[in-house]
Design a protein around this ligand. Structure first.
Ligand code: FES
Length: 101
């Protein structure tokens, strides 16, 4: 089965435009492009990305219009724009806040 040009869609992740196949899960499309980090762990800042691929672990959380969605279940469509979910740094390492150490 060949892919027709009609299957190709443009989408944006963190402000960068990519091409993907309509209906393909956004997380899979990014992984195929070599993008594996979808956000940060809120506790320790470790990278998060695809893990279970079936919508159970929530490790692939991204923001779509301010709403948290799972990238492994988010179908690509023309013009879809989403962004990584970055954690705020811990207070003691936040350069904008005074240290209480
Ligand atoms: S990879 Fe587990 S919910 Fe998406």
């Amino acid at each position: 089965m060949s892919e027709s040009p009609a299957d190709s869609v443009s989408f944006t992740f963190d402000g960068v435009t990519y091409q993907g196949r309509a209906g393909m899960p956004a997380g899979i499309a990014l992984y195929a492009l070599g993008i594996k980090r979808l956000g940060d762990n809120e506790v320790d800042g470790a990278p998060r990305g695809l893990y279970c691929l079936i919508g159970q672990c929530f490790e692939c959380r991204v923001l779509v219009g301010g709403e948290v969605r799972r990238a492994c279940l988010l179908p690509l469509s023309e013009g879809l724009a989403f962004e990584s979910l970055r954690a705020e740094p811990p207070l003691r390492t936040n350069p904008g806040r005074p240290s209480h150490d």
